[in-house]
Design a protein around this ligand. Sequence first.
Ligand SMILES: *[C@@H]1O[C@H](CO)[C@@H](O)[C@H](O)[C@H]1NC(C)=O
Ligand SMILES: *[C@@H]1O[C@H](CO)[C@@H](O)[C@H](O)[C@H]1NC(C)=O
Ligand SMILES: *[C@@H]1O[C@H](CO)[C@@H](O)[C@H](O)[C@H]1NC(C)=O
Ligand SMILES: [Ca+2]
Length: 406
Amino acid sequence: MNILERIFLSKQSALLFYSIVFLSSACAKVDNTSWKDFLFGTKWKSSTSPVSRDYRFLPIFSVVPMGPALCLAPSGEVGSCIPNKDCIIRGGIPAGPCGGGYGICCVFLQTCGGIIRENSTYFVNPNHPDTYDGTGSCQVTVQKVHPDICQLRLDLDMFSIAPPEPVNHLCTQDQLLVSGSSPVPTICGTSSGDHMYIDAGLGQSNPIVLSVITSGTFPRIWRMRVTQIHCGSIGRAEQGCLQYYTGISGRVRSFNFNTVSGRQLSNQDYSICVRTERNFCGIQYNACPDLENNRSRSFTLSGNSNNPTGTMVGGGTQVTQNACIQDWLLIGCMRSADRIPPQSACEDRVCGGTFSAEVGMVQKTVQSSVRPFRLYFHTDGIEAPTDIDNRGFCLDYVQQPCTNGF
Ligand SMILES: *[C@@H]1O[C@H](CO)[C@@H](O)[C@H](O)[C@H]1NC(C)=O
Ligand SMILES: *[C@@H]1O[C@H](CO)[C@@H](O)[C@H](O)[C@H]1NC(C)=O
Ligand SMILES: *[C@@H]1O[C@H](CO)[C@@H](O)[C@H](O)[C@H]1NC(C)=O
Ligand SMILES: [Ca+2]
C-alpha cells in the first residue's frame, strides 16, 4: 500500500464519520467546515471570495426534459440538484441550495485511489484546489453508471502538470494516462479547457483507469470532469474521435498549446472531428491570432520556430525540404481559399511553421470539403536537432454553407 492509498483510506473512514455527523444534522446549510475542507484542508473555500459565502447559486436546468437538473457550485464545479439526503448517501459534497431551495447542489469528487460511480464526477489532485507537489501515481477507476455507457468525456477544467522535456518534447516527468480503453495519447504540460472522448467499450467491459503520474517538484493542479455518455446519446462523439466539436465555428488546438511557452507534444496520433452541421458542405481553417509574438506561432509543427519557417506540405517516403514525414496535421484535400479559380491540386498533410495549403511564407485560409470534417494529428518521438521550440497548432474553423460553391 503506498502513501497515497494510505492517506486515501484514512480520509475515507474520516469521511464516513463525517457523513454520519452530517446526516444527523437536520440543517442542509453549508457552514465553514465542509466535506472538502475535511478532505483537503481549509483552503477549499476561499474566504476572500464573496460568492462562496453568500451562496449565490446559478441553477442551470438541463435542456434534456427527463435529464437531471444541473447546478453550479461556488467553486465552479457542475453538480446535480438533488435532495440533500441523497447527496450524502451517494458520497457527494453538498455545495449549497438549488432548485429554489428544494434541493442541494451535489458535487461528486474523487482523488487518488477513488472509484467513480456517479456521472459527472471530478477527478482532482490531492490537496485541491491547492497545488500538489508529490511523486507517485494518482489514479481513479471509472465504473460505468449503466451498462449502456459507450463513451466518457473528459473535460480538463484545470490541467497543469509538469511540461515535456525541452529537447524531444517527451512527457518524461509527468503524464496523464488513460488505460482500459482504445489508445489515448499520453499528455503532459498545461491543457486547461481541452477535452478528450474515451471509448468505454460495450457492456460491463474493463473499467477505465485515469492516472496522473508525477515525479519531481512541480506545483501541479488538475480538476477533470468525467461525464458518462449513453450509447444512443446525441452527445456521443463519432467513432474514433479523440476530440469532437459541434457548431458552425470553433477552435481546435493541440495539447499543451501556448504561443509563448507551449511545447508540441511528441508521440501523438489522434483525430479531431467536427460535426457537419445541417446545410454545411465545407470547412475553412485559419491559424488563431497570436498576440504574443512578432511572427505567429499558432502553427509551428516542424522546423526551427525561432526563425521564420514556411509551410511544408505532402507526405512521401523521405525527408525532403518540403515534405511532412515526422510531424504533421492532415486535413483531407485542402486548398488555399484565396485562389480564384481554386487550385486543381490539393494537399493532405501540412507541417512547417506557417499555416497554408501551399508551400510559402504566407499564412492563408485553408478550405476543405471532404466530409466528415476531420483533422489527424501525428508527431513522432524526435524533435532535436531539426525541430526547435515548436508549439503545435491552434486553428479557428468555420463551416461553409452548401451554396457557397461546394
Ligand atoms: C467562518 O469563516 C469566517 C472567515 O474565515 C470566520 O470569520 C468565521 O468565524 C467562521 N465561522 C465559524 C463558525 O467558524
Ligand atoms: C451525465 O450527465 C450529462 C450532463 O452533465 C448528461 O448529458 C448525460 O446524459 C449523463 N449521462 C448519464 C448516463 O446519465
Ligand atoms: C519583432 O522582431 C524584431 C526583430 O527581432 C524586433 O526588433 C522587434 O522589437 C519585435 N517586435 C515585437 C513587438 O516584439
Ligand atoms: Ca517530432
